[in-house]
Write a protein that binds this ligand. Sequence first.
Ligand code: HEM
Length: 396
Amino acid sequence: MFNPYDPAFHSDPYISYAALRDGPSIYRTNLNGWNMVLLTRHADITAALRSPRLGRSQTMSSPEAMPSPYRAIMVLLSNWMLLKNPPDHTRLRSLVNRAFTPRVVEQLEPRIALIAAELLADARERGTLELISDFAFPLPVIVIAELLGVPAEDRALFRRWSEVLVANIDLFQDDTTWRAGSQVAGEISNYLRDLIVQRRAAPRDDLLSALVAAEDGGDRLSEDELIANCSLLLAAGHETTVNLIGNGTLALLRNPNQLTMLRQEPALIDNAVEELLRYESPVQMTSRDVLADFELPGGTLSAGEECAAGDRAGNRDPEVFADPDRLDIQRSNAVKHLAFAAGIHFVCRGSARRAEGRAAFQALLTLGELRLRDPEPPLRPTIALRGRSRIALAVE
Ligand code: HEM
C-alpha cells in the first residue's frame, strides 16, 4: 500500500494515503529492508512531531568516526539544526534567529516582487515559459543568495549542491548518495569558509555577516556550525519553494475555476498560498526516530522505531479538512496544513516562505493566460520532497 518507488504510487499517492488513513492509525511496513512506521492522520502526525519522545537518533553525534568517504557529508549534516535535538537545536535555532529576524524578512518582500517581475519580463513576448527553470528555480535561489550575501551568479553551483544535499536527506541513501554528498560537502565548505573569512574582516549588510556576528549570552556559532546552517538555508531555502511554485501553479491550472476566482479577487492570495501548500505540499513526509515509547490513540510507537510523518497525507485528512481533495482557495482552515511540519523544527521564519509564494503567484497571475503544454509534467524522483522537474507553459 505504501511504496513510494512504485510509479503508480509516485504519480498519485493520495489514493494510497486515503486507504492508509482508513486502516490502522499506525502503519508498519518494510521498505527496501528498512522497518518503518508511517503516520497518515493529521492528529497523529501533529502529536508525534510535537513530542520530545520523537527526534533525531544519536548516530549523527560522532560523524568524525564515519568511514572517510562519508565523513564530510556527515560532519556537515550533523551541524544542521534540522537534524539536532534540544538543547543543541534550541541553541542553533536561537542563534540563527538572532540574525534572521522578522525585520530582515520584511525588508526582503519588495525585493522578491521585483525579482519575480524581472524573471518574467520577456515571457509574454516569447509566448512560452518553462516554469521550473525560467522562474520557480531561479526566484528562490536569487532571493536566498541575496539574503545571505552570496553571489547569485553562482546559482548553477547552488542548484547542483542542493540537489545532492536533498538526496542525502531523502528517505533512503546508498553508497553513491553518501559519496556524492561528501564531495559536495567539501565544495560547499571551501566556498563558504572563504566568504566567512571575508565577512569577518569586512562585515556587510547581509545575513551571512549577521550570522557571523550573532551572539546569544556570549555564545556564537562555530565555523562548522556557520557553514552547515548556511548550507541548510541555501538548500532548504529553495528546494521547497521551487516545488511550491511548480505544484501550486499546476494545481491552479488544473482547477480553472479557482484560478479565475483568484484573478477576480486578488485579496484571496494569502489564503490561496496556504491552500496550495495544503493541497500539493512540497514536502511529502518528515522523518523522526522514536526516542522513547509514545502513545497514540491507535497504539504505541516503540523506542528505536523509525517513524515517517506523512505530512501530505495529513493535509488531505477529512477529519480536519472538509472535502479534502478539492482545491478551495477560500477554505477557512487551510492554514492548519502540515506543509511546514510542526513542533520544534517548524520551518524557520514561516512568513518569508509565505511572502515568496505570494510574490511568485502574483507575478504569474499578471502575466496573462497560462496554458499547460504538457498535461502530465514529469515528477522529480525524490520522495521526501515532491515536485515536477519541468512544467512547459504557453503564455497567451
Ligand atoms: C514553501 C516553502 C517551504 C516549505 C514547504 C518548507 C518546509 C519545511 C519543513 C516541512 C520543515 C521541517 C522538516 C522537519 O521537521 O523534518 C522545514 C524546516 C526548515 N526550513 Fe523550510 N520550507 C520552505 C521554505 C524555506 C525557506 C525559504 C527557508 C530559508 C530561507 C527554509 C528554511 C528552513 C530551515 C532552516 C528549517 C529547519 C528548522 C529547524 O530545524 O528548526 N525553509 N521547512
